[in-house]
Design a binder for this molecule. Sequence first.
Ligand code: PEP
Ligand code: MG
Length: 588
Amino acid sequence: MIRGIGISKGIGIGRALLLESAEIDVQELYVEDTEEEKKRYREVRDRFVRETEQTVKKLCGRLGENDKTAMILKNQIYLIQDVEMNSGIETLIETKHMNAEAAVEETCSVYSKMFAAMDNETMNQRVADIEDLKLRVIEMLQGISQADLSQLQPGTVLVARELHPSVTAMMDTANIAGIIAEKGGDTSHAAILARAMEIPAVLNVRDACAVIRSGAQVIVDGEYGEVFVDPIQKTVDIYRKKQAQYLKKVQELKKYINRETVTADGCKVILAANIGSDKDAAKAVAAGAEGVGLFRTEFLFMNGLSMPTEEEQLEAYRKAAVICKDKPLTIRTLDIGGDKDIPYLGLAKESNPFLGYRAIRFCLGRVDIFLMQLRAILRASAYGNIRIMIPLVTCVEEILAVKKLLMEVRHDLDRRHIAYDPDIEVGVMIETPAAALMSDVLVKEADFFSIGTNDLTQYTVAVDRNNENVAYLYSVFNPAVLRSIRQIIKNAKDAGIEVGMCGEAAANPKMIPLLLYFGLDEFSVTASKVLETRKNIASWTIKEAAAVAQKAMSMYTEKEIVNYLDEYIEHKNETMVKVNGGDNGTVV
Ligand code: PEP
Ligand code: MG
């Protein structure tokens, strides 16, 4: 058995598929037989066209004719069949005796530069399509085969060094039984996506790619972070039973779907969901969420090979707003950078990406992209109860700058008689120590707060949320983080604005008594955790939560706090089971 961090509950049993992350190294070589080299290139080109056509067909069947990725792939087919491009490649092979890989690299680079120099955003975006095409053709020439993620065998367990969010765009999620990766912690974006897709996942598994071969039978226990490779039949039988028990527990939680979210003594709180696409909004509402506390819009930008247009964004935000009806839909403006890259934007590599050009800093630098997003959000606000939320704020000036741009967009829409919600709220994510320390001032400019504990923890404790070497320090139960959360909530309440939490901690059973005592108004959790969180909240009275929270807050170390909360909740669960068979008991 090998261990990692269980970050998405459930038991997955299936066959491993190793995702190679190939390093492309193109060397220019002299080839004697240029006819043979041209033939080798043509064969690969024709295979590229055949395989890409098949993927397009599958994508259109699954997601419709207008699917964006399918359209980009179609463009790549036209491009590689383009007479000029082909003659460019073949001329280099013939006249310079260049190997096909180098000829493809050189010709595609000429096209990339040409598109990049055009004074037209759409054309600039084609650069990423060409780069993608170039890499895939070179990989084929070098004999590196990539798994077709859009068509997986049922029961596939993906094994990767790191699961980049962009890889998930092509994933045939229905057939994925589990995910194992060498990198990534509980709040990495791979983890967040795995939970949203309800796929059992274990990350941070040392040497997983070396230990697990493709085709091996594997068991993934996403709760305890355990992975079994080629297990004996007895282990498989045990885990099949555990899988059935887990699914039964999930089924039992269904009775909480149409209930209010209230504590055992009747104190009402809001329970919302975190989503990454308009499709997730339907899942969230079906799971009983009372709105969306966080729409991570960056996935719209990452799930394609080019930037979503204003109309495409409008459509996604509008659809989500319509699904939420009168329930609030909190749209977070583009939060890229850090561990979320968008290749077609060609962002420079930074030595400290989490401290660099990300989130609101990027948006205020690329006002063209930001204005387009604000326009799409405002236009969508005519169709539902939309709120805007700004990520990674560190100072008042950033909120004022956003409001100024928003005003520009409003004037523009007024001029063109386009409808929007004039009372749209603008909230702020409190996820940096600067924002936490300034929260008594930020309340004056924000309509609401949402605490982003994933980042607040990493910045408060100075621990990269994806670095396994310092993962032992990354804990929301660090007393410094808890004090920060308590103060943020107090400042929001003193000013009379709503305060929520959309970081992963909002669904943590050990955090719930503390957050209830601090007075958190809204818990926003991944859709798969909505019912579990509602059940957990229902198990506490405010009096009991206050006693537990006060004791935890009097302790000086993270370990003491975690041990105390673990023991308390374990004892509470046992008592609940004895008294009423587990109904209203905390689910840990
Ligand atoms: C957070 O930082 O807590 C958060 C919700 O944002 P993200 O995880 O997308 O950075
Ligand atoms: Mg964040």
